[in-house]
Structures are given as C-alpha cells and as structure tokens.
Design a protein around this ligand. Structure first.
Ligand SMILES: NC(=O)c1ccc[n+]([C@@H]2O[C@H](COP(=O)([O-])OP(=O)(O)OC[C@H]3O[C@@H](n4cnc5c(N)ncnc54)[C@H](O)[C@@H]3O)[C@@H](O)[C@H]2O)c1
Length: 344
C-alpha cells in the first residue's frame, strides 16, 4: 500500500497487459494500476509468481488473469488483444539460477521477450515498457552507473537483459515500435518471495532473522547495492507509460534511489528494524560464506537521466522502505502462523 508522502504519477482509464503480473514487481504494478482505475490483464505462468500475490485485488472486475507462457506466441497475442500498452515484467530473475540453467533463462528472458515485442507489433500496441536490470553494467568499474557506460556482462542473466535492450532498439528501427527499458537496481518490498531457493538478499535475511537463524553473507559484506523500494519501480513504470517527448522514448533508464548500502549495513538495518517487533533478533550475527560467481562488487545508479527525461524521483527512501517491508513480513509471518494454527 502506498503512503501519500510523495505522489505517485497518475494514469487512469487505460487498458494494459502486465506480463509477470503475479510476481513481486508485477503485482505491485497491477495493484497501483487498478487503484488508479485502469483495466489490467495479467499473463503469467506462475513459475515464480503466486496467485496469492493477486488475491488482495482478485475481486476487482477490471482485472483479468490469463495463465500462460510468454514463450507461447498465441498466449501473448490473446493476452494483448485490446491493450494500449504492455508492461513486461515476466522473466526468470536471479544470477545464480541463470548460472545453473542458462538455456532456460535465455528461452524465457530473450525468446519470450521477442514474442512479446512481435505480438505488440502485430496487434499495433502503442508501447512496451519493459524490465531491464542493473546487471547490464557488468564489469564496468564506474560508479555511479550512467546509462551509456556498460561493461562486459558477467552472467547469463545479464546477457539476457543486454539482448532485450538490443531487441527493443531493433524493433523500433525495423517496425517503429516504441519501448522504454527500465534498469531496476536491487528492488525490495512487500510480496517479494522469501521461500524460493533463489530469493533475493532482503527476503532471505528477513526470513532467517524471523526464524532466529543467522543470515548468510556471501563475501566479507563490503559488497554494496543501490537497494530501492518497489514503489519507486511502480512510479518509474507509470512515468514511462505517460511520457510523450520523442527523445524520452526508445531509451533505457536506471531505476533506483541513487544511494549505496553495503551488505553489512543492510544486515544491521534489518536487524534493527526487526528487533522492534522481536527483541530476540538483536543478538543475531551473520555468517560469512564465499563470494558467488557472477556477482559484481558494487552497484549504484545515477538517476539523472530518469529525472531529466521521465521526471522520475524516488517516492520512498531506503530507510522508510525497509521499515515498511519489515512490517509487511512480520504481519505476513503472523498471518501464516495464525492460519497454520487454525488448520491444526
Ligand atoms: N527484483 C529485482 O530486484 C529486479 C532487479 C532487476 C530486474 N528485475 C526484473 O524485473 C522483472 C520482475 O522481477 P520480480 O523480482 O518481480 O520477479 P518475480 O519472479 O517475482 O516475477 C516474475 C514473474 O514472471 C512470471 N514468469 C516467469 N517466466 C514466465 C513465462 N515464461 N511466462 C509467463 N510468465 C512468466 C513469474 O511466474 C513471475 O510471476 C524481471 O524481468 C526481473 O528480471 C528485478
């Protein structure tokens, strides 16, 4: 749920498709699009997404759910019928997953994306706003990351996102399709999956702390990331949907807060926020393990381009976002415990 501290861009009365709408980011976007009075179709195969992510707004008659795969062209065409715009969030995330199963990541993230683009051209959909990733910066040493300066991609996942940006540009050149690419930096917030073997670092740390287990930090904890709350990502998507200046279209943008937090600092922030709910968490210290292949050491975005061309400003800062997210996991864990108790 948004707090009204900073305003979300408004966009209402449209018909859109959200691929991957049952996932973490997709469901946050669906929630806000419905709240603002849009008609939303979700195309998702539930490979990593969950029906329960859509349940809070499942009763909304403007929401249509199609269970299908973006690798299936017919499913893309069916889902896109009548849509003015596509928000493309469906992908297999996680660098380690792509290191273990590169061909599947390529099939979904690249071939699936090309299906989405091709279907959009065929049906005359006006615009595709798609999820790219900070991983496209690869081994480029510069900090903060600025959009034109990318290095060598360091994982199959990163290569899929580089390929997606190339296909988006190519579809504009060949077929005149307008796209906007959003390079998300480590996103966190409500409904981010904590149960998957490939869970992102914040849900991993939180779920271990809630079970009074020691979170595992890969490396010495000095690696840093530009952690950004999911509401900022929703904001960037809405702005990318509304922007009209030709120079702002067919570009890729960093979406982040523009700050940098080390894993050690993140751990402390989460432990502090959770201690307010459960004092036993205060004494837990992390375990350190080896570095993971494919990981980059530091990541921090320049958000100047998004500011200038999209009018983007983060709507929620890191500390506030962490408090909201921890509150959500605590409430979620106690709901789960209550329903497990009722089932006994
Ligand atoms: N979470 C982050 O920090 C982050 C950072 C950078 C980029 N991204 C990108 O943002 C997008 C959304 O990520 P997320 O964190 O919400 O992940 P997620 O796994 O929660 O959501 C992805 C959704 O796509 C669906 N999906 C996967 N394969 C599909 C297929 N073949 N057909 C149809 N649906 C399919 C999944 O079921 C899921 O609902 C992805 O493109 C991801 O690469 C995420």
């Amino acid at each position: 749920m948004m707090t009204d501290t900073r305003a979300m861009a408004s966009w209402t009365g449209h018909r859109v498709l959200v691929t991957g709408g049952a996932g973490f980011i997709g469901s946050a976007l669906v929630e806000e699009l419905l709240r603002q009075g849009n008609e939303v179709t979700v195309l998702d195969n539930f490979s990593t997404g969950r029906l329960e992510n859509l349940l809070p707004f499942g009763g909304d008659r403007r929401l249509r759910l199609l269970v299908g795969d973006i690798r299936d062209r017919q499913a893309c065409l069916r889902a896109m019928e009548g849509a003015e715009l596509v928000f493309h969030e469906a992908a297999l995330g996680s660098v380690p997953r792509s290191v273990r199963e590169p061909s599947e990541s390529v099939a979904v993230n690249v071939c699936g994306f090309v299906n989405v683009l091709q279907s959009a051209v065929e049906l005359g959909v006006g615009r595709v706003v798609y999820a790219s990733s900070s991983s496209v910066y690869g081994d480029h040493p510069g900090l903060p990351k600025v959009e034109p300066e990318t290095g060598r991609a360091r994982s199959p996942y990163a290569i899929t996102k580089v390929a997606d940006e190339m296909f988006a540009a190519n579809f504009h050149e060949l077929y005149g399709l307008d796209t906007v690419g959003l390079r998300y930096f480590n996103v966190f917030g409500r409904r981010q999956d904590e149960r998957s073997a490939y869970a992102a670092v914040i849900p991993q740390f939180v779920s271990r702390l809630l079970r009074h287990e020691r979170p595992v930090i890969h490396g010495d904890g000095s690696h840093s990331r530009d952690f950004t709350h999911v509401d900022n990502v929703v904001q960037a998507n809405l702005l990318a949907a509304t922007v009209t200046a030709p120079e702002a279209l067919n570009e890729a943008y960093n979406v982040a807060c523009g700050g940098r937090t080390t894993l050690n600092e993140l751990f402390e922030e989460l432990r502090e926020a959770l201690s307010a709910h459960d004092p036993a968490v205060r004494g837990i210290v992390p375990e350190h393990d080896g570095e993971r292949p494919g990981d980059v050491a530091h990541s921090q975005a320049s958000i100047e381009k998004a500011r200038r061309l999209l009018g983007y400003e983060p709507v929620r800062g890191f500390a506030e976002g962490i408090r909201e997210t921890v509150g959500w996991y605590v409430a979620h864990a106690s709901d789960a415990a209550t329903s497990a108790g009722q089932a006994d």
